[in-house]
Unconditional design. Structure first.
Length: 109
């Protein structure tokens, strides 16, 4: 569950997909697990809450593309999860619990 801060900067948002692929490859290499499942929590469309996150749509698209192209890579939506009262980036306790359920459900059995 990462990408919100990247959505505040055009250059970071533009390279998000490549950076995510590099991270996943490094993680799998470091753990000697080339097909290790990875679940990506798709960030919300944060630009609708706060214009600082102007490039959230681009990050979301790249998250979906990485998940669709990757071996054992899965995408979980967070659009409808309950947010905290103080920040659109963070989840409420109920939102966090549901996010954990979604991550677990996305893992292959």
């Amino acid at each position: 569950m990462q990408g919100e801060s990247d959505s505040t900067n055009e250059a970071k948002a533009a390279s998000y997909g490549a950076d995510l692929e590099t991270f996943i490859a490094a993680l799998r290499s470091d753990l000697h697990a080339p097909a290790m499942p990875v679940v990506i929590g798709r960030i919300a469309d944060l630009a609708r809450f706060d214009r600082r996150f102007a490039f959230s749509a681009e990050v979301r698209e790249q998250q979906a593309a990485v998940a669709a192209a990757g071996l054992s890579t899965y995408l979980v939506s967070t659009d409808d999860l309950q947010r905290s009262a103080w920040s659109p980036v963070h989840f409420s306790p109920a939102g966090i619990v549901e996010l954990g359920r979604r991550f677990a459900d996305a893992m292959p059995r």
